[in-house]
Write a new protein. Structure first.
Lengths: 426, 251
């Protein structure tokens, strides 16, 4: 992106007279006084005055954030640049930049002034939505689907548990179990409906069965967590879904909730407590790593693959889980685990967070390449033939990305699928 | 400017359509707002924003769940909502048009909008019938409506990229094909606020009309053919396609 906003131009003078004395000379270059008054703080204040977006004004332009922002790698972005754009005429609530941040939190990790895009972006987007400003079409569709059908894909609620037919093992529905269970497994929307997500859900069901876990799912009562919709600015929708979900979770007795997706983990562990839900929730990688001693003897068949693992932003940076996924992969016989250059705390975002999952075509108009494509290329450059993931958004994103970047030889597989393959020898 | 929008609640086809006897099984299907009506609401709100006025949305409550659609309309910018309490999910569009016309009659509308058709019956009669009952002119298939004084400029699009503009004197009834912009998003917090605070005016259904048609049979479509995947290298596939086209007399 070229500089789009008004910019102060240095004006060079031929002659200059100070207090009546002509001080012009060929030996020095003379500039007009810097025109700092061309910049206005108004548009920065406009954002910083939105509740939760106050830290936007903290920026002192050190630029540490730009170096780690995944969007800047494929465009011109990062909190520092947004601040500068605002200073030179960009109203963030009306600019395309409003929708590009994935709330990956890498800038927050390095920012000395705690400029927090994970709070600023949802607040600014909410303001824009409430004021009836432009909302990208695909995102609007995901919001409407969530409100109407309970999931962003727009699939019928009645078919939410149709996937269990293909699991090949019993998947109990908590309503039918009629007794307390150890584990309530929250499957999630993409594992319930998306074909590649269903593969991971079936794998998880087989692993839980093999481990003898006393688990059940909510079945047709399960609805989307709506955390990404919240981050995309639809707080009202999030609250409506949270009220329903909390009431549903509390209808049943269970000891611990296991979630397939990092976004659901973030929702139930970090955000739902504000709405009165405080019960133990873990991601499946953490849960299975805890059962590693029982799991290891089941992993009988070698998976002879060179695997690189992509840290999901909402599992890693947002929730601090970097080791469990790697422990699980290393437990599979035959696996050679290699790291991409950007990993763990500095992991590169797949572009799916903060609503990015439903903004692909919009983002494509404002960046040189999809974030998932950039990451797929990084994965391929390690020489790996499997890109392992632990987030249901990622399987479909990276499957498309390896194809569009000519890296079809890299298989994109959820860790659940890899464990399942080692268990069953396929 | 007094704009009235007549809407229609229809069975959702997001899921397989359940059939009972010779009609839809109305008890096990969700009802949604007809897609073309979303456009006529948008068109009405755009005119209101441009020249001022009020937008009244009126619909037949077939299963007692129309409020959701009405709250949504309010959140998008409608000023007043009215439901005709019919509680008859099988009421056809001719009957609905009569009820709507009776309800709209006393409203003093400058313009009445209806979706040009609805996907449940593709009948397209609600707009024209309301126009006939109210003795107003009708223009259907609109893609943009702009108002200035007592005249509206109505755009229509025809196949082959041909567009036409009509000058129409108010009052009139329009069958909206699409609004000039995609229907706006109504944030859930606004819809919920409307649900808590807004009043939905109720009127009893009045008058009778019927299309005179009866369903003989309703059944989900039967899958008869399926696509044939041709395997092989691009060259082999091309050769097979040519062969197929020849064998079927198409080349
Ligand atoms: S790291 Fe923080 S203070 Fe530095 S430029 Fe970025 S947002 Fe501003
Ligand atoms: S949260 Fe991530 S995508 Fe957003 S500005 Fe910060 S580094 Fe960039």
């Amino acid at each position: 992106m070229a500089q789009k906003y008004q910019k102060a131009v240095a004006v060079e003078k031929e002659n200059i007279v100070v207090d009546g004395v002509d001080v012009s000379g060929h030996w020095n270059r003379m500039f007009e006084q810097r025109v700092i008054f061309e910049y206005t703080p108004e548009l920065i204040e406009k954002i910083a005055s939105i509740p939760n977006a106050e830290s936007f004004a903290n920026c002192y332009q050190c630029a540490k954030c730009v170096a780690v922002c995944p969007v800047d790698v494929v465009g011109n972005y990062g909190p520092r640049k947004l601040y500068r754009y605002a200073q030179t005429g960009m109203d963030l609530t009306e600019a395309p930049e409003l929708w590009l941040c994935t709330t990956c939190a890498n800038c927050l990790r390095v920012c000395p002034k705690e400029v927090n895009m994970v709070k600023i972006m949802p607040a600014a987007r909410e303001q824009a939505i409430l004021e009836g400003k432009f909302v990208p079409n695909e995102l609007q569709q995901a919001f409407e689907n969530t409100a109407k059908t309970g999931n962003p894909l727009g699939q019928p609620q009645r078919k939410r548990d149709a996937w269990i037919q293909s699991a090949g093992v019993p998947v109990p529905i908590i309503k039918d179990v009629g007794r307390p269970v150890d584990v309530l497994w929250y499957v999630g929307s993409y594992p319930s409906y998306h074909p590649r997500g269903i593969d991971a859900a079936c794998a998880a069901a087989r692993i839980f069965n093999a481990l003898g876990i006393d688990f059940a799912i909510l079945g047709k009562e399960e609805k989307d967590d709506a955390d990404s919709q919240r981050l995309a600015g639809e707080k009202g929708l999030f609250e409506m879904m949270a009220e329903y979900n909390i009431a549903t979770f509390n209808k049943y007795e269970w000891k611990e909730m296991v979630v397939t997706g990092p976004h659901e983990l973030n929702a139930f562990k970090n955000v739902y407590p504000k709405y009165g839900f405080e019960r133990p929730v873990v991601h499946y990688t953490t849960f299975l790593a805890r059962h590693l001693d029982q799991l290891k003897p089941l992993l009988k068949h070698p998976v002879n693959k060179k695997i690189t693992y992509h840290d999901p932003c909402y599992l890693g940076r947002h929730n601090g889980e970097y080791e469990a996924p790697r422990k699980l992969l290393e437990a599979i016989p035959g696996v050679e685990l290699v790291e991409m250059q950007r990993n763990r705390e500095n992991g590169y975002c797949c572009g799916g967070g903060g609503g990015g999952m439903w903004l692909d075509s919009f983002t494509a108009q404002h960046t040189t390449m999809r974030l998932s494509e950039k990451r797929a290329m990084e994965a391929a450059s390690t020489g790996a033939n499997v890109l392992a993931v632990a987030c249901p958004f990622e399987v479909s994103r990276f499957t498309d990305a390896v194809k569009s970047t000519g890296n079809e030889h890299v298989d994109v597989l959820d860790i659940l699928e890899l464990l399942d393959r080692s268990m069953r020898g396929e | 400017m007094n704009i009235v929008v007549a809407i229609k609640h229809i069975p959702s086809i997001a899921d397989d359509l359940p059939v009972k006897g010779n009609n839809v099984d109305f008890d096990s299907v969700d009802f949604v707002l007809n897609e073309w009506d979303e456009h006529s609401i948008e068109q009405a709100v755009l005119i209101k924003e441009a020249v001022g006025g009020t937008v009244t949305v009126v619909g037949v409550d077939l299963i007692g769940e129309l409020d959701n659609a009405l709250h949504l309309a309010l959140a998008k910018g409608a000023d007043k909502v009215v439901k005709i309490t019919a509680d008859d999910p099988a009421a056809d569009s001719h009957q609905q048009a009569k009820w709507l016309a009776e309800a709209i009659k006393g409203m003093g509308a400058d313009m009445v909008f209806a979706g040009v058709q609805a996907s449940n019956d593709i009948d397209g009669q609600i707009g024209p019938m309301i126009a006939a009952y109210l003795d107003m002119p009708y223009i259907g298939g609109t893609s943009a409506i702009e108002v200035s004084g007592s005249t509206a400029t109505v755009s229509k699009e025809f196949p082959g990229g041909v567009g036409m503009k009509y000058a129409v004197t108010l009052p009139f009834v329009a069958g909206v094909q699409s609004a000039p912009k995609p229907p706006r998003y109504a944030p859930v917090s606004k819809v919920r606020q409307m649900a808590q605070t807004a009043t939905v005016e109720k009127v009893a259904p009045s008058g009778e009309a019927s299309s005179g048609l009866a369903f003989k049979k309703m059944a989900p479509p039967v899958v008869t053919g399926h696509a044939e995947m041709i395997e092989g290298s691009p060259k082999e596939v091309a050769a097979k396609i040519v062969e197929l086209l020849k064998s079927r007399g198409l080349a």
